[in-house]
Design a protein around this ligand. Sequence first.
Ligand code: PRX
Length: 652
Amino acid sequence: MTKSPSGQIDHVLTEDRLFPPPAEFTQKAVFSTTDQYQEMYKRAAENTDDFWREEALEHLHWFEPFSEVCKWNPPHAEWFVGGKTNASYNCLDRHIDAGRGDRAAIIWEGEPGDTRTLSYSELRREVCKCAEGLKQLGVGVGDVVSIYMPMTPELAIAMLACARIGAVHSVIFAGFSAESIVDRNNDAGAKLMITADGLYRRGKILPLKKTVDEALVKSPTVQHCLVLKRTGQDDVAMTEGRDVWWHDVVDTQAGEIAAEPMGSEASLFILYTSGSTGKPKGIRHTTAGYNLWAKRTFQWVFDHREDDVYWCTADCGWITGHTYIVYGPLSAGATCLMYEGAPNFPAEDRFWDLVEKYKVTILYTAPTAIRAFIKWGDEHVDKHDLSSLRLLGSVGEGINPEAWMWYHKKIGGERCPIVDTWWQTETGGIMMSPLPGITATKPGSCTTPLPGVVPAIVDETGNEVDDHHGGMLCIAKPWPGMLRGIWGDEDRYADQYWSMVPGKYLTGDNARRDKDGYYWIMGRIDDVINVSGHRLSTIEVESALVSHPAVCEAAVVGRPDEIKGQAIAAFVSIRDREPDEALRTELKMHVRKQIGALAQPDDLRFTASLPKTRSGKIMRRLLRDIASGNEIGGDTSTLEDYSVLAKIRDED
Ligand code: PRX
């Protein structure tokens, strides 16, 4: 291997397996020929305005037409300028007006096993009631509403109710602490908070309202708190004049309110995501461009058909839930399964039980879940009939090729294409992904960009790198779903995403493109390890470790080393074997064999589990601290539990 010039990353892991789409899938697919994709891609790139004008006119409802497709004043984009639409109208009324109101919109199952199905007409009625309740509580156009709720239909209802009256929702994942709620309420200037008495998690009740009460003491802008009775525990404190029950304020409404015509660029929501400085950033998305991107990417990537039962296992507290539980699938008129609880309650087969029971056809989940299923054992999968599935998706992190293979064989029965979707909170929706009817997939690659997405891989000077080397992944043109800013901090938006490579959006990820034009995400920019002048990506070393049968999960970080610059430290969780010196040596040799001596870990520690963010991403930053700290040494072959570290920090 040769020494790489600065800013480029050596690519060391080769993956040659190729999985063409099954012929019977292609026959009925939305994209059934490569030409169709190429023509569309070309048109979106070269004839951008015409392409998006047609898309927007066909796929959104317009109260007032737009006069300009895209106003690009870098780094600020406006899409569908002058037009008026409403996201809740596009998700609900459009289908009802078209005579499809009786179709199931949400099929919901609570963790204790309670169930509910809401047709599009029923969902609209509930959304309208909630919207009327919000208005009664003084919420109007442009007001921010914080939502801290369990995964019940009311969470989606609350989001859509905000959209209906032009309020801006800020969903806070219901696992966050009171302090995190305070930060978000104050940064956004939230006027109202919606929560529930509690939520079910692994059979226990978490008292959400108690956490909210703690937060509201330090949230001076919040005037009212609307509380859903979910668990029914009786020690819920209601502060007079501030707190009101959902069943008093929402359920009593008529449920008829019309959708407010909103400017295309009106803020639809804020979603906080962790930033490099630790202070969460309120990513701001707007109405028309986001809505269109959510809908079209959903239809393209998930190949949605009339008879599908689609299940995205994310929580609405994350962008995946916003775009692929609520706005994308509902705009497309899909039937969505929504599940409230843990994947291992009451047993490790809960997901497979749900797939079998509801005959799920499309399943969209995350690598962290897939790795947990592998660890729990195949017997939980084998108990169930998963033959309804026709398409599988993955999001959130790179999927290690061996985890991909397990997903393909064990869950997909070798017949379901896998769409490994790369995107970010900031991008609003999927940017790169296989199109399941036409893309031959390679385990670990998110393959090719969707129409409208123009990627560029650059080095530290902003020049494009050659195809063999990796570099920083940028997006060279604006797209409708892109973030419009960071709430209350426009300078940070320009600085963070647009200053390093002028005119291009900096994703913060590294990537490389292979000879077939497929993209491979190589992790966050700070996850690169520089060993003796070779820049290696953590995911490649991790994938080599995971390809050993004893390894469930691996995280790899760099630590300072006098001779090599950086040495490789690996944290590994194992199954079916005892951690000992022999296994440690075997694993180091395994990486050496898979990649080369250069990538052989210098330290290798066994751990019961890895520290993760609440959205399931491995916290390499914490592991870097441990790896470079003084407490290394002693007998590290015993199993340690680094997951406790995740608990001492709220976010990554
Ligand atoms: O590093 C990439 C990783 O997750 C980051 C975005 O995280 P977030 O904003 O929380 O959104 C997650 C859901 C879209 C990216 O910058 N990431 C996400 N999907 C993939 C991925 N890395 C590799 N492959 C993916 N499919």
